[in-house]
Design a protein around this ligand. Structure first.
Ligand SMILES: Nc1nc2c(ncn2[C@@H]2O[C@H](COP(=O)(O)OP(=O)(O)OP(=O)(O)O)[C@@H](O)[C@H]2O)c(=O)[nH]1
Ligand SMILES: [Mg+2]
Length: 194
């Protein structure tokens, strides 16, 4: 079976919104809690383990991380909820992030990454994820949910988690670094969008 991956290459990282060039392209934002698996998803989609920095210690990501896909971009964001960054860094991000989401006309879609295992354990969506969902809704930005690390759950648990997302969201994707089929489904969706 041919592996359906998307052609991604690292483009640039920016600290500030104003540093981002006005590119003639469409962008997808990868957002979610720290450690939810966003950077791993970039690597899985491209079938390149070294493309995006992933870490067991969360919070290593710079603010705007641009990955080029043909003439468009995926922007990987640092996750929210990571405690070990400086107060000045948090302040900077609180200023820069809304500027991107509210002003960047290139931004067409978002993917919100949620760790299925931590959802299963707590039986609820994190408050910060709810805030992000409300924010994306307010912005009228279409988004899809990606439930990551599905390999950590047993089949019955996957069904349980899927059911509760089905009840609340029109569409969501399952993802695991051990299931190429799931990676391909997400890659195909992204290929259709940008
Ligand atoms: N078991 C399992 N672990 C995963 C999977 N995807 C990611 N991980 C692990 O989860 C941890 C965090 O992954 P990252 O991709 O760095 O998470 P992130 O959302 O980019 O985190 P921040 O950059 O801090 O926002 C790493 O240790 C990964 O190896 C998966 O599908 N299965
Ligand atoms: Mg990351």
């Amino acid at each position: 079976m041919d592996r359906h991956t998307i052609n991604l290459e690292f483009f640039a990282s920016y600290e500030l919104f104003e540093q981002i060039p006005s590119l003639n392209c469409e962008e997808i934002a990868f957002v979610g809690a720290s450690n939810s698996g966003k950077s791993s998803a970039i690597n899985l989609l491209a079938n390149n383990k070294k493309l995006s920095y992933t870490s067991k210690k969360p919070g290593k990501t710079k603010l705007f991380n641009y990955f080029k896909k043909d003439n468009n971009f995926i922007v990987d964001f640092p996750g929210y909820g990571f405690a070990n960054i400086s107060k000045s860094q948090i302040k900077l991000w609180q200023r820069e992030l809304p500027r991107y989401f509210e002003e960047r006309e290139n931004l067409k879609y978002a993917f919100l990454f949620i760790d299925s295992n931590s959802f299963y354990k707590s039986k609820k969506i994190k408050e910060t994820d709810i805030q992000m969902i409300e924010y994306l809704n307010k912005l009228n930005l279409p988004f899809h949910i990606v439930l990551t690390k599905i390999d950590k759950l047993k089949n019955g648990q996957i069904i349980e988690v899927s059911k509760s997302f089905e009840e609340n969201f029109q569409s969501f994707y399952l993802l695991s670094n051990k299931d190429i089929g799931l990676v391909m489904t997400l890659a195909k969706k992204i290929d259709k969008l940008i």
